[in-house]
Design a protein around this ligand. Sequence first.
Ligand code: MN
Ligand code: MN
Length: 471
Amino acid sequence: MASKESKATRMLKDRLILETSRVWDKLNAKERAAVFEYAKEYRGFLDRARTERRAAAYFVETAAKRGFVELGEPKPRATGLYQLVRGKSLAMAVPGKRPMTDGIRLIASHTDCPRLDLKPNPLYEDTDLALLKTHYYGGVKKYQWVARSLALVGTVILANGDRVDVEIGLAPGDPIFVITDLLPHLGKKQMEKKANEFIPAENLNPIVGGLPYSDKDSDQRVKLAIMELLNSKYQLTEEDFTTAELQVVPAEPARDAGLDRSMIAGYGQDDRICAYTSFTALMETKRPTHTAVAIFYDKEEIGSEGNTGAQSRFLEMFLMDLMEGSGIEPSFQNLNRVFANAKALSADVNAALDPTYSDVFEKRNACKMGSGVTMEKYSGHGGKYMTSDANAEYAAWVRRLFNDHGIVWQTGGQGKVDEGGGGTVAKFLAKMGMDVIDMGPPLLSMHSPLEIAAKDDLWMCHRAFTVFFAS
Ligand code: MN
Ligand code: MN
């Protein structure tokens, strides 16, 4: 503030000029303590929910303790209902006082994250070492995955149909896996290559073993020894890999970051941070006016494809079943009424203005760490391609709701228009006729194995979602 500014000028500015606030400045001591407490629990969630299946399992388990039941179960006193699709996508609802055809409050997030999937024939031996072939999933910068601690997590269905959950590298004391990088002494040619070329996808092969099987007359002895280990621990045979869902993910737990512990650094915060905040908001929602629905989608990072993604008919199915359960005829016409009157948030993270890379951001419209939940009217790329641009009426309704409830919010975007862009599930929800807008916290190093969120943004996001469900 200019020191010579008159009181009248100050008042005029307060009335007319938009200023963003720091979340921290708006909190009292009790709220500041709550921020840190909430962040601690969130960290625990991140460590457990290392895959979409594990995120869904965590939510189902936690909700069940609070009286949620599976949709269709005859439990009239249930506090809420859920439906799980193939163990990965999950929808949860708290029934409202008004009929669903008067509109619902929907928050949609995603629980899949960029990672390395094992290929159907992953295990091989080369140069007396056993390695795994991987296929990256989602938008990864391949060089970020070499020379770091990795874990192997996922689900295998054995030949007899039994399901086995694999987890190696997460527990303290577990071995980890590493993808090698070339030593600088021999990396002269490598270092001259472009960043998207110097680690080719076919080099993303974690090393998983080095000891030979005892029979010296055999070949492929290291591979055989590793298969023997996998078989004794998980009953796996090599053929089981061909149908499995095994993911290579960062092994390290989420940690507090910064001397002031103001941030959380951890893998998978895009978009498990929105999944968690919308989940905890739903758990706090009691007898809302409108039915509150949280949906946690899989496959967002690869375009929301497949029968567990946002382009599937999961949401329609869930809402139809929910309508039927609440005594409303589950007709196509009624479903359309639900959609036409629905208010939705596409809950996803936003790229925070990074002081080290500020040149790709458009500073007047970028979101900042610690300035609250980010409202993004539209995402997409170029000439607003591939996005849903929220209607002014709806965007203003959300703005008013947040202002009325002391939610610290800011606007966000996808960087400078010519720099690139991205999208969320908003456009798939909009297609069904809902009003929808993008909402979520800012992240630094998004899509990296160690994404960074501000704890006060995390908490404000939870508060914003709570207020939205109660509207
Ligand atoms: Mn996302
Ligand atoms: Mn993403």
